[in-house]
Design a protein. Sequence first.
Length: 581
Amino acid sequence: MKRKRILLFGLQFIIVMASIGQMHSPADLILLNGKIITVDHHFSIAQAVAIRQDRIVAVGSTNEIRKFGNAKTKIIDLAGRTVVPGLIDFHTHPEGASVSELDEEIPDVHSIEDVLSWIKGQAALKKTGEWIRYPKLFFTRLAELRQPSLAELDSVAPHNPVFLNGSYGGMINSAAFEASGITVATQHPGIVKDKLSGKLTGFIRASAFGLLKLPPQKILSQQQRMDALEVMLKKYNSYGVTSICSGGGDYKTFTNYQELNKSNKLTTRIFQNIILSRSAGTSINTLIDTLKSFKYSTGYGDSMVRIGAIKLILDGGILTGTAYMRKPWGRKAAGIFGIDDSSYRGIVNYTREELVAFVKVANELNWKFTAHCTGGGGVDLLLDAFEEANKIKPIQPARFSIIHGNFFTYPSMQRMAALGVYADMQPAWFYKDADAMKYILDDETLRSFHPYADMVEAGITINGGSDHMVKLDANTSINPYNPFLAMWTAITHRTERGSLIKGSQSISRQLALEMYTINNAFGSFEDRLKGSIEPGKLADLAVLSDDFLTCPVDHIKNIQAELTILGGKIVYDSGNVRLDR
């Protein structure tokens, strides 16, 4: 992954013809006078690029690339601007995020006061008994590092049920308990009670979400969902994103993207993971039979929409104390998450035997396999299953990955490198959550949290993504989908609160850019198709508002696209780049 940079100026020039026929065919679009960061094998820097139809024809100096044009060729004068390959977000959830603010904007909260103020305002607007819900509120991201208490919630919404949903755990008030018929006598492992008094605390785990008598979700038409998705993807375009891996969907989701493409409304390429969720009582054999029944597997589709990995949910989350760790969560976590078992390591949804059985079949059926796995114990369990599957059929060609992972020790990194397992990482989790992890976890566990430099040194390919789930804004959403904020995080290892945590794990700008370009193209088996600016590859490019390689490091997180090009067509234009003709 350590590549020598070659600067190409003036006499230095690289051109490779995609075919003999193209040698005499003019380019449709030429970008001149720029700084083209190719992210090729040598991390070459060029000045210009020629595009014909949806492909890159040539890359080189301005003088040489001019020769590929004629009177009909569109010319863009970059005026020194930086160009990078179209960026790839390898883990995002635009389907849900796109409709999360259709009715009203979700506030960006950073403290208990922010949360309570919002709830109070909602209670004033709603009728008695109407639910107040906040999607994806991770209380470890609040300044106080705690949930609002039951008493606090009751004080601002005494007559409205409140549900603060934190994905793998949440908080409700007394009105919500009453509306749902939950009392101190209710026996359910997901209802957390005070260890001494036995009273309800308001904290519930995801397993108890089904007990809540929530009103039905607003029914959106297919057209409303498709329109919202189109808008969301265009927002991604404004940050130079031209491809995404949709982190969890089904064949219907895949078909929706195909329909967007047929109507010429799809502005990013899609690698669609297929998620298999396990409901209570579902046997592993049933899941395996479902997998065997699928008509299509990884790679099916075209350059715009492809089937991605098959995905399972292995454990919970680090922000609710439900990630499956290598050792018990510990005393501090007990106080924060309401854990009353000193041996508690988190939740795990599959036994080793079940996981091995499923992964073997997925590998035999030529699926790329991945799993939501947020704790170190989950990482080790997954690697056990991967090693067993590898004994029957090598998994390296299938490019298996671990989504999130978060905690990687030296032994686990060695195992991943030996198997060719990719790390599907989201720097937003470090940016948002490293401060909380530093407080909650012991030093040994913290050292294994997002160790980018060590992973690179171990030879692991890191895929970069956002895990964007809720809200539309690139920087305040849950989680932020601004790829430059993510790259800045990997480069500086700084958090949202300004802390420098484990600075030795910072990586170079080159490596950070590779995470969001060529590495992600490798992850979807499309490295010969995209991920770098080279002749013959798809013409997916982003013209940037600043020089990613040389601007002051804190400027990186503020970079946006000036122009985003997908397959030779402009899908985002800030209006700041001049089209000569």
